[in-house]
Design a protein around this ligand. Structure first.
Ligand code: ARG
Length: 442
């Protein structure tokens, strides 16, 4: 690539240390798409004849076909995917391929390719998200009318509908989708940065309308910024990290619910694994790995943030190190979304065990206080009255539901057995929460 300037061959250790083809081979398709745009620009600028353009175009299309039909195999002895595809075309087409690199630098190419990779993978991820949200919504609908204890500080708080609990994840996913869509919209595809200062081709020759995967293309306002900008990678890694945190929390809820101690759910055998030693074990390994992978996602974000922080303008080779974390985070999230989409609909709720937990009368303490408030008692006083009632219940072990009016009157003259029986009911408790906005069906 740069033989003219050098009098010595590159040391094999340097080649091995600096190459990126082992991971950037994933950019092959995007590199060819970029080259198709590039030859069009060269033709418009009279730097390629119609015939040369035709030859390069069919050569590039052949490479794209081979990537799409799976027969493309990158030769890992090359430095990166950009130089390998250049070599392939030289082999296929001869001298005309030497013109491909006119007015172009890999510094610009790599940004373009990575942006195209991001656009494609954001789209894929958004589709996978929509599949998972649909399955979660189905799980919610299949278990309509099921109530569970709601928790704060991992202690019984108030009854909630299972719907509301699971729908919280659908809400998180809605925000995740928005974040990724914003990152998609923020990606600006440009060409014409050259190595850092621009090229000899007029700016307007670079403008090209949106086509397929590729958004509209233009020349850069500041090529120094373009070749040294990795904000889009960091934004995506940030968005994927937040997604990973959400998936991890969902996994954690399900892991807890599947413990003997909770015993709220059963996860399908096909989505659990056993133990080589303990015959009874059924472990939620999938969910544990979803939780565990979050560390990798955060690490990927950190590695790019730290890699970028001290770089002087413009392109520096350090920036090659953005690819592995980016690919890794996308691949992990996509795999997780796929497996959770299959696992979620198979979750069985153990209604009897859940109902047993709902018998805990402490879950209704706030409802009792609210009852007093509605009868004109100040909330702080109501809190004190019910606090004392609960303490007495916990001390004596006597159920509030079974307390006679005379016993209840010791705490407040307003409390009656009839009222308590009505209050200690998950359905009534949930129905009393009127501030929750009804949402149009998802
Ligand atoms: N493989 C490099 C990367 O991914 C691009 C090569 C740029 N090299 C150069 N010497 N300018 O960032």
């Amino acid at each position: 690539m740069w033989g003219g300037r050098f009098t010595k061959k590159t040391n094999p250790l340097v080649e091995e240390f600096t190459k990126s083809i082992q991971f950037d081979k994933k950019l092959a398709r995007y590199d060819c798409i970029g080259s198709l745009y590039h030859i069009n620009i060269l033709k418009k600028a009279n730097l390629l004849t119609g015939q040369e353009y035709g030859k390069l175009k069919s050569g590039l299309e052949e490479v794209i076909d081979s990537v799409e039909n799976g027969s493309f195999e990158a030769d890992l002895s090359f430095e990166d995917i950009h130089s390998y595809i250049q070599h392939l075309l030289e082999k296929k087409l001869g001298k005309v391929a030497h013109k491909l690199h006119t007015c172009r630098s890999r510094n610009d190419q790599v940004v373009f390719d990575t942006k195209l990779y991001c656009l494609r993978n954001i789209s894929l991820t958004l589709n996978l998200f929509s599949n998972l949200s649909k399955k979660l919504t189905k799980l919610v609908n299949d278990n309509k009318g099921l109530f569970i204890p709601g928790y704060t500080h991992m202690q019984h708080a108030m009854p909630v509908s299972l719907c509301l609990h699971l729908d919280a994840y659908v809400e998180m996913f809605t925000r995740d989708v928005k974040r990724l869509s914003n990152a998609f919209d923020a990606i600006e595809l440009t060409m014409g940065s050259g190595a850092l200062a621009g090229t000899i081709i007029d700016s307007e020759k670079y403008s090209s309308p949106k086509s397929g995967l590729c958004g509209s293309l233009c020349s850069p306002v500041n090529p120094i910024d373009t070749v040294s900008d990795r904000d889009f990678v960091i934004e995506i890694l940030g968005a994927l990290s937040i997604t990973s945190m959400h998936l991890s929390r969902l996994a954690e809820d399900l892991i807890l619910w599947s413990t003997k101690e909770f015993d709220f759910i059963d996860i399908d055998d096909a989505f659990c694994t056993g133990s080589s030693l303990m015959p009874q074990k059924k472990n939620p390994d999938v969910l544990e790995l979803v939780r565990g992978n979050t560390g990798k996602l955060y690490g990927n974000l950190m590695s790019v943030l730290v890699m970028m922080k001290g770089l002087p303008l413009s392109y520096n080779r350090d920036m090659q190190l953005d690819k592995e974390p980016l690919f890794d985070s996308f691949e992990i999230i996509q795999k997780e979304l796929k497996v959770l989409t299959k696992l979620a609909p198979k979750i069985k709720f153990k209604k009897e065990n859940i109902a047993k937990q709902l018998e805990d009368e402490c879950l209704y303490a706030t409802d009792m206080a609210d009852y007093l408030v509605q009868k004109g008692v100040a909330f702080k006083d109501a809190h004190m009255i019910i606090g004392k009632l609960i303490t007495s219940k916990l001390k004596t072990g006597k159920e509030i539901k079974k307390m006679k009016d005379s016993e209840l009157k010791k705490f407040s003259p307003i409390l009656t057995n009839k009222a308590m029986k009505k209050i200690i009911d998950p359905k009534a408790s949930v129905a009393s929460k009127k501030s929750v906005k009804k949402r149009s069906a998802k």
